[in-house]
Every structure is written in structure tokens, then in C-alpha cells.
Design a protein around this ligand. Structure first.
Ligand code: GDG
Length: 495
């Protein structure tokens, strides 16, 4: 446990997120609780255990009292409390699928034309945020620190304050914050900003997101005073003082490096590469989402095969797409589009003994995922916009031999930390990405090793534990000068 800065030893940490870190699932034997995966759980679990903390969130299914009993039992096993927020199916439709995923998700990824600004969604979002605040009221006591996560819950502190709760409360946004011109499209823009200012600390992934947020505050809230400093700034509004910072999230680097060195992963990687002899493997791993730039990436790969025939028979592109939001028609349409493009490209370029694209539409188990990270000579990570993108950091952590090349979108939050070692691309630039694929393919092993060393060091130095510590330090530190400007770097494309 490496939480360095805390007010006193009786402070409990209460994590609040849309989803609990466990899933309630239906099995053949009945309902069961399964652990959730992911860096956030890994990083917060030790702090929560150590502090006798709690995690408050939605269980992922409509509420059933039986789940509460199951979660209580699971809490005992994992060492910290799990508290479900009861949501009904209308909540899930309008707050989760509606407001969160049809308005905030596309808008904050600069895709305003995909937004459906239905007032019904907004009202239900407010209701559900109030439910979360009421659940916090039931659970929290005076000295607790409340840490709320992500775009579904921007109004929780606002409702906490209106219920008379005064606990210090922080918020971290995992997705980007858009430029002011785009944010202005939100019909409830001012109410969202004012609600966010009820948190005591607001954290963003990058300096770019933080600056966008401060610009929106300056434009939409007259009378606001903003003291821009380095990574953590101070904002004064309506008698309140709020800290705003950039805290790039990361991964458990050591766990990825250690697990990818295991015999199991090495063997899996060997078998997978054996099936693709004399080829460089290009890897893409994404949740099914229109922000990840999968169709654009496929077109770039096709352009590379067209213009650089040397690549034919010599590269295999493995694209893993993890099912996500599969009930939503827009996502079903995207899946069909990807399958159509893959079919077209394979139909056009396949030769006896070589299929250019291996398309996997499923979630891989950890061993398989790490095996792909370990064996891939090139990672092609080209989101149109991404809060951070953890896949690229995981790829670097698993690249034990230093033979991999990372091709990374300028619009991933990770660009700020990884641009010195990666080949940077504009994901909309089909020819630029295609040329970069060829550059990566042709790169010498010395240059690959040099770049991968830079990348691995960047991820190792600022891992997920650094992220938790730095956020909590900013929450409790008396003096903001403790945060050097270079805590969160910035990447500005130069040509
Ligand atoms: C949001 C923001 C931000 C992927 N395929 C498999 C699998 N994964 C795991 C990866 C990685 C995670 O899913 C994906 O994380 P990303 O960061 O890349 O993307 P989002 O899901 O969109 O996450 C993002 C993040 O929040 C954290 O703040 O970085 O910008 O959009 O950890 O390993 N895991 C397994 N099998 C797979 O096939 N087991």
C-alpha cells in the first residue's frame, strides 16, 4: 500500500463509479458474483482494503434484493465493502444508454453529430446521480474521502451538497474533455460545469483536457477566477475553491511485465506466431466503439498493402475487437461495417498461404491477450480520440524483448507520455498511417530497441500506483507547489 498522503489514519476511502468492480452474472447454478478486471480495481483495491473502504456502484443488472446478500458475502472475501445502487430498467435506458452513452460519450470525443440531446435523458441522469448521492449519505461518515469516477456521475457532488454532505470529494474523468466550441453544444452546459465545481478536486487525463475544461469555465461562468499553474490549478467560484489537475492514468506495469514473462504466456505466444511463419504481426486491440477508429485503420492497412507490395505475405494484421454495448443499434452497425471491410480487404489481397487480416470478435483471456502483446512486432493503436488508452501501455509493458514498434494516434491521451518512443500518426490520414506501417515494418532492430526502452521507462515510472498516489496527494496536499509542471506532459503535433 503506497498511499503517501492522507489526512489521518481514520479516513476511509469510498470509491464511486457507474459499475461496481465485480459483476453479478447468471450461471447454470444460479446468480454469482465474479471479480471485475482492470487497472482501476487493481490500484484501488489495496487502498480500500487498508482503509476499510467501500466501493459504491451499479451491479450491472436491474436491482434484486438477492444480489445484495451475494455482494455482502463477496465483500467479506475481497476485503472491502461493495454497495450496489439500485437502478431500474428505465434508469439504465435513459441515464446509462441515453445521457451517458448517447450524449456525453460522443460529445466528449468530439463527435457531436452522433449526440441525441433528449431532455428525458437529462432528467433521468439527474435522478440517478441523486440516487448515488443518497447511497453515499447512507454509507459515509464525517471523515471519509469520496472519490467519484467518470462521466456518468458528474452531478454526484452537487446532490451530496444539496443533501447536506460536506465530505471532501474528488472526481476523475476517464474520457477526454472537449474543446469549448464542442462543449457549448450541450444544452445543459452551464449546469454541468457548476455541478462539477461542487467537487473539491477534479482530475483529467491530460493537460489538453484540463485546459479545455478551464477554457469552458472561463467562457461560460462569468466571475470565475482561475489560477493556472502547472499540473494542478486553483479555481475560485461562488465562494468555493476547487483544484483542477491532470493525472494520466496507467497500468500495473510490474504485473504486466511479470505475467508476460511467464512460461504460459511464452508458450501461447510461440504457438500463435508459429501459425504465422516469417511474418511481422501487426496488432490492434479495442472495445467495439466508433471512437477507436477501427474502419479508418483497416483502410490504412489496405492502402499499405496496395502501395507497398513488399508487405504482402510478410505481415499479418490481428485485430481483436471486444464486444461492447452490443444492444445498441449503432454498435451493431459498426460491427457489420468492420466485418464488411475485413471481408473486402481479405477478399482482395488473400493469396494461397496468407490471409492479411485475422479478425477476432471476442474477449481474450489474459494469457492470450498477453501472448499477442508479447509476440506482435507492431501495435497499431489509432483511436480518433481516447481519454488515455491503456492498451498501448500494456503493449509496452509486455514487450520484454524490445522488438516491438508502437504506432500511436496523436489523439490518444497516452500520446503526451509516449510520443518520444512511438511513431505518431493522425488516424484520419489514411496515407500517413499507411506509410507509417511501412516505416515500422522496415525499422532496424536497434532502432526498435531504442524506442521501446524509452516507452517502457515512461510507463514504468508513472504506473497505476503513481496515479492513485498523485491524485490523493493533490486532494490532501496543503501546498500546490508540490506538483511540478512536468507531472503531466503535453504533446503538440508539429507538422
Ligand atoms: C476508458 C477510456 C481510458 C481489451 N481487450 C481485452 C481486454 N482488454 C482490456 C485492455 C485494457 C482495457 O480493456 C481497455 O482499456 P482502454 O484504456 O484501452 O479503453 P476503454 O475501455 O475505452 O477505457 C480510456 C480508460 O477508460 C481508463 O481511464 O484509458 O481512454 O475510454 O485494460 O487490457 N482484456 C481482456 N481480454 C481482451 O480481449 N482480458
Amino acid at each position: 500500500m503506497r498511499m503517501e498522503s492522507r489526512p489521518d489514519k481514520n479516513t476511509r476511502l469510498i470509491a464511486v463509479s457507474n459499475r461496481l468492480p465485480v459483476r453479478v452474472v447468471q450461471t447454470d447454478e444460479g446468480v454469482a458474483v465474479r471479480p471485475g478486471a482492470g487497472g482501476l480495481v487493481t490500484a484501488l483495491a489495496p487502498v480500500l482494503r487498508d482503509r476499510g473502504g467501500l466501493w459504491i456502484g451499479w451491479s450491472g443488472t436491474t436491482f434484486d434484493p438477492e444480489h445484495e446478500t451475494l455482494l455482502r458475502k463477496a465483500s467479506k472475501r475481497i476485503g472491502y465493502g461493495l454497495v450496489p445502487v439500485p437502478l431500474d430498467s428505465q434508469d439504465i435506458d435513459d441515464y446509462y444508454y441515453g445521457f451517458s452513452n448517447e450524449i456525453i460519450w460522443p460529445l466528449f470525443h468530439d463527435l457531436q453529430s452522433r449526440c441525441r440531446f433528449k431532455p428525458r435523458y437529462w432528467y433521468r441522469y439527474l435522478d440517478v446521480n441523486k440516487k448515488f448521492a443518497m447511497c453515499i449519505r447512507e454509507q459515509a461518515s464525517g471523515g471519509d474521502y469520496i472519490w467519484v469516477h467518470d462521466y456518468h456521475l458528474m452531478h454526484v457532488a452537487f446532490f451530496m451538497r444539496s443533501l447536506g454532505l460536506t465530505q471532501p470529494t474528488g472526481f476523475f474523468l476517464h474520457i477526454p474533455f472537449p474543446p469549448v466550441d464542442i462543449f457549448m453544444k450541450l444544452p445543459w452546459r452551464r449546469r454541468v460545469l457548476e455541478a462539477l465545481l461542487q467537487y473539491d478536486l477534479i482530475g483529467f487525463q491530460t493537460m489538453r483536457d484540463k485546459r479545455n475544461f478551464l477554457n469552458s469555465l472561463g467562457t461560460l461562468l462569468p466571475g470565475i477566477r482561475i489560477h493556472r499553474r502547472g499540473a494542478v490549478s486553483d479555481v475560485k467560484y461562488d465562494g468555493r475553491s476547487v483544484r483542477v489537475g491532470a493525472f494520466p492514468i496507467s497500468i500495473d506495469y510490474k504485473a504486466f511485465a511479470r505475467d508476460s514473462a511467464s512460461k504460459e504466456v511464452a508458450e501461447a505466444a510461440w504457438y500463435l506466431h508459429e501459425a504465422l511463419p516469417n511474418r511481422q504481426v501487426i496488432l490492434g486491440v479495442d472495445r467495439l466503439d466508433y471512437t477507436k477508429g477501427i474502419p479508418e485503420r483497416l483502410y490504412s492497412f489496405a492502402d499499405a498493402l496496395e502501395r507497398f507490395p513488399e508487405l504482402r505475405m510478410r505481415v499479418s494484421f490481428v485485430q481483436v475487437v471486444v464486444p461492447s454495448r452490443s444492444e445498441v443499434p449503432e454498435y451493431q452497425e459498426l460491427k457489420r461495417e468492420i466485418e464488411r471491410i475485413v471481408g473486402e480487404i481479405n477478399g482482395r489481397f488473400t493469396q494461397s498461404g496468407w490471409v492479411p487480416i485475422h479478425y477476432l470478435y471476442r474477449s481474450l483471456d489474459r494469457t492470450q491477450l498477453l501472448a499477442y502483446y508479447r509476440l506482435a512486432e507492431i501495435a497499431l493503436i489509432t483511436p480518433l480520440k481516447d481519454g488515455m488508452n491503456l492498451v498501448c501501455k500494456e503493449y509496452c509493458a509486455c514487450n520484454l524483448e524490445g522488438k516491438g514498434v508502437l504506432i500511436l494516434s496523436e489523439f490518444a491521451g497516452a500520446a503526451a507520455q509516449l510520443h518520444r518512443g512511438a511513431l505518431m500518426v493522425n488516424p484520419y490520414d489514411v496515407e500517413g498511417v499507411s506509410e507509417t506501417i511501412f516505416t515500422a515494418f522496415s525499422m532496424t532492430s536497434q532502432e526498435r530497441a531504442r524506442r521501446m526502452k524509452i516507452l517502457r521507462r515512461a510507463v514504468r515510472r508513472k504506473d497505476i500506483f503513481w496515479w492513485v498516489n498523485t491524485f490523493l496527494k493533490a486532494a490532501f496536499a496543503r501546498n500546490l507547489d508540490a506538483f511540478p509542471r512536468e507531472m503531466a506532459e503535453e504533446y503538440v503535433p508539429t507538422n
